[in-house]
Ligand binder design. Sequence first.
Ligand code: PLP
Ligand code: COI
Length: 355
Amino acid sequence: MLDIKVTRTTAPKEKPKKGEKLGFGHIFTDHMFVMNYTEGKGWHDARIVPYGDLSLAPSSMVFHYGQEMFEGLKAYKDADGNARLFRPDMNAKRANESNKRLCIPEIPEEDFVQAVSEVVKIDKDWIPEEEGTSLYIRPFVIATDSFLGVAPSKTYLFIVILSPSGAYYESGLAPVGIWIEDEYVRAVKGGMGFAKTGGNYAASLIAQVKAHDDGYSQVLWLDGVERKYIEEVGAMNIFFKIDGKIVTPMLNGSILPGITRNSVIQICKSWGLEVEERRISVDELIAAQKEGRLEECFGTGTAAVISPVGKLRYENDVMVINGGEIGEISQKLYDTITGIQWGKCKDEFNWSIVL
Ligand code: PLP
Ligand code: COI
């Protein structure tokens, strides 16, 4: 259990007005959680302080070699005015999987969840209440040693910041167009693909710019070796409905084990749907689409929630899915998962934490 020292802001900021368009990740709340790590001492000085700039040496290791991990989860406000978190224990576990890969010291899971919970409670009034909005939570660790050698840092900062946000895509729940990337790759087995770390996203930017220039919202990555098998999208995992079955790429070390992905698999199975986690080649998709068997496609992620995909482009093939409309399962999953997150539906899996 952390002993968290709280220093409240003396200059609270103006909160977004009801109905104001929030976008994603532009606005930050009044407070943040900060904790230091020092070799030999462990994690120490847990505190909640006013949100503000950090002072770091230009030689801090994170700026040079990217030793950092981040997480993403959300807080929701239910009809009774309670703040709720969705499966924060899963984020704590995944944070440590990323930490291990990046030689960052692990954070005890209960401390991670406590840090997130306490800062959310302090800024609870910042949780937006309109349909489709939430308080996006961004925990992250950065390497802070002042040193230019390539080695694991001996000091770190663990920080949690909060951002009232709306839909990740401007289009909201309207189906997005996705670009299947055939030139660049994001990750390979043995690399860092399964970890949530800045380098994976830096590697993705060039293809994302290319896709945007062509009018597509995001990139769907293929495997880094054969460039044949579907992996995941820039900020979400990907699912297909083929011949009535729900199909998604298996976790193979190069894709992020999404918490929404895991939840969707459990929900679909509870509805009696057949779910396959396996390799899916781009050729299989093209053939299924041509034969009218590719019934739905959607992405899953904390920021993206359930994001229907209406169009997939690969080289000269443009696959329009379900006439570019949201599919029945995609809509039902969106309603179910947001219903659980907001405390409107029965939480039969016990996923929500009421703060
Ligand atoms: N894949 C990538 C690359 C992501 O950035 C995300 C978002 O966190 C996901 C998948 C979905 O993961 P989750 O459902 O845990 O948010
Ligand atoms: C999330 O969904 O939490 C993410 O981290 C996606 C992010 C890259 C915007």
